[in-house]
Design a protein around this ligand. Structure first.
Ligand code: GDP
Length: 369
């Protein structure tokens, strides 16, 4: 019987099994008429967009048609996981459409941050990644910082066209879209839905005053992000909710810093020097001798070295080692997806080994701060 039911909002086949999947409706809501899926219900009643997700291949396939439209593409990335949340291959499918790169979560930077430097840094990183952007905007969707700059950029680059909003999961896409629904869309007009060509995925159009629309797209799942590997409970613990406090450690070679129980930073070789850790405020750093590190981990994982909690440990991939060489005289960040980054003032050079759950992205980059 349930098979025959479709959402009167978006037309998707309804199901009551999986709240994360398309067409979900709670059992008890099936008796309501007209019956609509939870996603449409939320959008209609709370003006709230909620995310569905796709892996990158499916996502790029889905969006190949954007290149043949006249539109503006808003790509949201997470400043706290910049390397992890950049969409590789984005320029391929957007065609000649302009891209505005919205860098979210700037509220997580230390209080005394020079935003112009950050802006220049992002512009250089985007260029290096082969992403040609019309504009870079820094904001915090959650703390409502820079939202007026987002609106200005949309007004400037949109020129009557539709806006496609794309991003990896957890970058704050829903938070930003909900602000746009409230402050930028035409609330009197009906949301309309259709399907992406050749798929059963629905495409929700949020109407704008001039008849164009904002189109939300599914969040992209990247397996190289720690935030995809952890349980919901640990994710809540891992996500920073306050500005990161730089932690400075003067280390001798053969010293190790544990980052909660999620990662381990070994300073294997080099002259005594300082390392600055910018990590999620939810994680504690613990220093030990390299020789003692394995033993300490076995003794304290899930306890002193947490999150992850003890019962989550078996669900995470085993750690793998990433050797990193910082050449003499270079200033670099080592970024660890989902955890933060470590600034190495490599005047003397340093040999490091980063231990992270298998798959998690470790990258070396020009220092952010
Ligand atoms: P989506 O998966 O991209 O739609 O992301 P959500 O909007 O659901 O946000 C994912 C998580 O990031 C939630 O825990 C949000 O509270 C948080 N978040 C979103 N925007 C910001 C922001 O500007 N700053 C901070 N610190 N957290 C944010």
């Amino acid at each position: 019987r349930e098979d025959a039911l479709h959402c009167t909002g978006c037309g998707v086949a309804l199901q009551t099994q999986d709240a994360e999947k398309l067409g979900y409706v709670p059992e008890q809501a099936l008796t309501r008429t007209p019956v609509i899926c939870q996603r449409c219900f939320r959008i209609k009643h709370y003006n709230e967009a909620s995310s569905i997700t796709l892996n990158q291949d499916d996502f790029l396939r889905l969006l190949t048609h954007v290149g043949s439209t006249q539109s503006l593409v808003i790509n949201i990335v997470d400043l706290f996981d910049f390397e992890g949340s950049m969409i590789s291959g984005l320029p391929r499918f957007v065609g000649n459409n302009p891209i505005v790169l919205v860098v979210n979560k700037i509220d997580l930077l230390p209080k005394a941050t020079n935003y112009n430097r950050i802006l220049n840094w992002v512009q250089r990183q985007a260029k290096e990644a082969g992403l040609k952007v019309a504009e870079v905007v820094l904001c915090s969707a959650k703390k409502n910082m820079g939202f007026e700059r987002v609106i200005e950029a949309l007004d400037k680059h949109r020129r009557g066209r539709d806006i496609y909003v794309v991003g990896a999961t957890n970058v704050g896409k829903s938070t930003l879209i909900n602000r746009l629904i409230r402050d930028y869309s035409d609330l009197d007009a009906e949301l309309t839905t259709s399907q992406y060509p050749g798929t059963t995925l629905d495409l929700v159009r949020i109407p704008l005053e001039d008849g164009a629309s904002i189109i939300d797209t599914p969040g992209i799942v990247y397996q190289h992000r720690l935030t995809e590997l952890v349980s919901k409970k640990d994710l809540a613990k891992l996500m920073p909710d306050k500005p990161v406090k730089p932690l400075v450690f003067q280390l001798n070679e053969r010293q190790t810093i544990f980052l909660g129980g999620f990662a381990r930073f070994d300073f294997v070789q080099g002259a005594r020097q300082s390392f600055t850790f910018y990590i999620s405020n939810a994680l504690q750093a613990h220093r030990t001798k390299l020789e003692r590190a394995d033993e300490l981990y076995e003794e304290h994982k899930g306890g002193l070295l947490s999150p992850p909690a003890r019962e989550e440990l078996d669900k995470l991939p085993k750690w793998v080692k990433h050797p990193v060489r910082i050449p003499k005289g270079s200033n670099l960040d080592v970024s660890i997806s989902g955890i933060g980054w470590v600034k190495v003032n490599g005047e003397a050079g340093a040999d490091l080994v980063i231990h992270v759950p298998k798959g998690v992205k470790v990258a070396v980059r020009e220092p952010l701060i």
